[in-house]
Write a protein that binds this ligand. Structure first.
Ligand code: IPM
Ligand code: MG
Length: 354
């Protein structure tokens, strides 16, 4: 089959890890007789430099018109001026909104061979297999009013945490659906003891829970959830939460896996065009050195094959290959080894289709 994939390598280590993920996809194409038509575009800081905008209308249109989008990372010190009128991160948010990808799936699994790389005690990591669903196109990131002004002679800044019922409902439904293919348990995370938006969140979670009696639903406050991720992560399975809480909790959860460099993500909406990206950032301190861990991006391509292109066997073969190389001791610097980005990808490619 033939698929059109837009590549947005972005900034920092983005181009290095996306480059290796593309080699993995080319290997899949060869072994399973598919053809991937890659088109590369600028997004983030590199796009500000070239076009004066972190995401141009043309690039967004190209993304919408493709089968799926693979993103590296955006941002860096060069574009960090708080007074700048555009920022690399704005491009990413506009892309998520423009693609309508409201559900960000961030799976966190701990490979047994990497247990020692986590700061948690090994016994706490037994059986950790969490799927965080982060709401991605609402909440504090997008609500209005937003901005700065001077009120009563004082400088003021405002962000708005806003959710509509339908925004909560659609991600909640997806959480229950995904839970049915797993341990049939949904943990809905909110701050219902303080926030009105969280009380609506909890109300809708309860409603959708009633429609799915075969799935156990629990409500956990976000502060408690952040503590339990460290004290007892194995009790969590599908975790569903609003945008900002999900941003924070997934960085915390990534520590369990030994390194952020290991973790993939998929952002899905009503359309089949998904956005796939590692959860790590642009890591400007190591950019250009060829030492970044490509696994988060490579596993993101596996999620792309599964969710957007419906190629389950191909997705599983990438995941198996990653599993095998980690078991065999292949390590980039972030997980205590010396392999370069390219060498790690080479190891994975050797195991594909075995
Ligand atoms: C993430 C990142 C982004 C976010 C930034 C880069 C805007 O932290 O994908 O988790 O906050 O969503
Ligand atoms: Mg984040």
């Amino acid at each position: 089959m033939n698929f059109k994939i837009t590549l947005l390598p972005g900034d920092g280590i983005g181009p290095e890890v996306v480059g290796e993920a593309v080699r993995v996809l080319e290997t899949i194409a060869g072994k399973y007789k598919h053809s991937f038509d890659f088109q590369e575009r600028l997004m983030g800081g590199c796009s500000i430099d070239k076009y004066g905008s972190s995401l141009t209308d043309e690039t967004l249109a190209d993304c919408v018109a493709s089968d799926s989008v693979l993103l590296g990372a955006v941002g860096g010190p060069k574009w960090d001026d708080p007074n700048a009128k555009d920022r690399p991160e704005r491009g990413l948010l506009a892309l998520r909104k423009g693609l309508g990808v409201f559900a960000n799936l961030r799976p966190v699994k701990v490979h047994p061979a990497l247990v020692d790389g986590s700061p948690l005690k090994p016994e706490k990591l037994q059986g950790v297999d969490i799927l965080v669903l982060r709401e991605l196109t609402g909440g504090l990131y997008f609500g209005f009013p937003k901005g700065r002004d001077v009120k009563d002679g004082r400088e003021r800044a405002v962000d708005t945490l806003e959710y509509y019922d339908y925004e909560i409902k659609r991600i909640m439904k997806l959480a229950f659906e995904l839970a049915k293919g797993r341990k049939k348990k949904v943990t809905s995370v909110d701050k219902a003891n303080v926030l009105e938006s969280s009380r609506l969140w909890r109300q809708i979670a309860t409603q959708v829970g009633k429609e799915n009696p075969d799935v156990e639903l629990e409500h956990v406050l976000v502060d408690t959830a952040s503590m339990r991720l460290i004290t007892g992560p194995a009790w969590m399975d599908v975790v569903v939460t609003e945008n900002m809480f999900g941003d924070i909790l997934t960085d915390e959860a990534s520590v369990l896996a030994g390194s952020m460099g290991m973790l993939p993500s998929a952002s899905l909406g009503e359309s089949t065009v998904g956005l796939y990206e590692p959860i790590h950032g642009s890591a400007p301190d190591i950019a250009g050195k060829g030492i970044a861990n490509p696994i988060g991006t490579i596993l993101s391509t596996a999620m792309m094959l599964r969710h957007s292109l419906k190629l389950e066997a191909e997705a599983a073969s990438i995941e198996k290959a990653v599993d095998a190389v980690i078991t065999a001791g292949a390590r980039t610097a972030d997980i205590g080894g010396k392999l370069s980005t390219r060498q790690m990808a080479d190891e994975i490619i050797k195991h594909i289709g075995e």
